[in-house]
Write a protein that binds this ligand. Structure first.
Ligand code: DSN
Length: 426
């Protein structure tokens, strides 16, 4: 068969794009070469519906081992007793928890999408807002911090069956203990979606949700630096003290209900090549190098936030505890949409984002979100954050001047030459 040069040329171009630009999308990262190699291999050929040791297909002896390895390593990372590594994405992981725990029409409570929350936490355009009755809490107008008073008041008012915590654009740590307290009072279960800060939590640089939240979900490709995918985790309560039932009305262990919600609930065959890559990434996370990496992520984010504040950019909540920050651009007279468009012309990739109490639509937005997980993987240290912030500021303050933008792009491309990316790939 002839090699498909059309596609492989595009893959090469994408590699060059990644090499030459400054990647600030908070949900992206660069996997190690071995993670990518574990993803592109013969395991993509294998059907393995079911779980290790109990599959619906023959010939699963080898993929059973990679999946079990991924499960065991994930359990070791977070010191937990249950893990499901099959969700194809974070959204699938969240859908599976909802399916296991909720009935259509049940009430849920999550952080509003426009305040930094996630689509799968009850947004009207998502299954989570269509199948269930969503309610929301927000962040305070002045400080931009999660409004726990509002969360508690709403929980008492609507008595949700499930409370979601976790966010896509929130730069501060969470008070999981406080959420659990009100959840117990109103009879709710709590799910923490740690997709963004999972790498920092893995290395104990942020609060752990596991002692307080019944269910914890994550993606594997953000701060965890693995392949694209999702996971579901649980530390205790396997016995299902709430008496939740399967479709036949049987009360089963919670771990069974979650496994069944993933397959056959919402997915068919697991992506065994991706699961192999998850196992490799989890092995990397267990290393001391990964702690050094996460510490650098936190240092870089703080240095970047300080450099923005110095230039009078308004960071929501005033700074960051994790790998990201959300900037309200209204005092800079540029929308998030325009900022995203002009930054990409200078090979700086970031995404527009609504800010709390935004007066612009989700398509325009007043904000932009920056994350440092990817550039930290490239080797950036605190000193380099000043270059990044200067480059961003120059572009945003000269958004209608193509000559300045193209001069910044040249500086960015030259700057990036010192940071190699996948040299083995030619
Ligand atoms: N859309 C992802 C993010 O960028 O945060 C989360 O799903």
């Amino acid at each position: 068969m002839q090699r498909d040069t059309l596609v492989f040329d595009l893959i090469q171009k994408e590699l060059e794009r990644q090499r030459h630009g400054i990647e600030l999308i908070a949900s992206e990262n660069f996997t190690s070469l071995q993670v990518m190699q574990a993803m592109g291999n013969v395991m993509t050929n294998k059907y393995a519906e079911g779980y290790p040791g109990r599959r619906y297909y023959a010939g699963c002896e080898i993929v059973d081992q990679t999946e079990q390895l991924a499960i065991d390593r994930l359990k070791q990372i977070f010191e937990i007793d249950y893990a499901n590594v099959q969700p194809h994405s974070g959204a699938q992981a969240n859908a599976a928890v909802s399916l296991a725990v909720l009935q259509p029409g049940d009430h849920t409570l999550g952080l509003d999408l426009s305040m930094g929350g996630h689509l799968t936490h009850g947004s009207a355009v998502n299954y989570s807002g269509k199948l269930y009755q969503p309610h929301f809490y927000g962040v305070t107008r002045e400080e931009g911090l999660v409004d726990y008073d509002m969360l508690e008041a709403k929980a008492r008012e609507v008595k949700p069956k499930l409370i979601y915590c976790g966010a896509s654009a929130y730069s501060r740590d969470w008070d999981y203990a406080r959420i659990r307290k009100v959840a117990d009072e109103v009879g709710a279960l709590v799910m923490a979606d740690i997709a963004h800060p999972a790498g920092l939590i893995a290395k104990k640089l942020l609060n752990s949700p596991f002692d307080h939240c019944h269910f914890v979900t994550s993606t594997t490709h953000k701060t965890l630096r693995g392949p694209r995918g999702g996971v579901i985790m649980m530390k205790k309560d396997f016995e299902n003290p709430w008496g939740l039932k399967d479709v036949k009305g049987n009360i089963r262990m919670m771990s069974n209900l979650l496994d069944m919600a993933v397959f056959p609930g919402i997915q068919g065959g697991p992506l065994q090549h991706v699961i192999a890559a998850k196992a490799v990434a989890f092995g990397e996370i267990l290393s001391d190098d990964f702690l050094v990496y996460q510490q650098q992520v936190q240092k870089n984010a703080q240095a970047m936030a300080a450099a923005f504040v110095e230039k009078e950019y308004h960071i929501i909540s005033g700074g960051t505890d994790n790998h990201l920050m959300l900037i309200d651009l209204r005092n800079k007279n540029i929308s998030g949409k325009k900022a995203e468009q002009v930054l990409v012309q200078a090979d700086i990739t970031a995404n527009k984002n609504m800010v709390p109490y935004d007066d612009k639509s989700a398509f325009v937005t007043s904000g932009i979100r920056f994350g440092v997980a990817a550039i930290t993987t490239r080797g950036f240290k605190e000193d380099q954050m000043q270059f990044v912030v200067n480059a961003i500021d120059q572009v945003l303050m000269n958004a209608d001047n193509p000559n300045i933008i193209s001069s910044v792009k040249k500086q960015v491309n030259e700057f990036m030459e010192q940071f190699t990316l996948y040299p083995e790939l030619g």
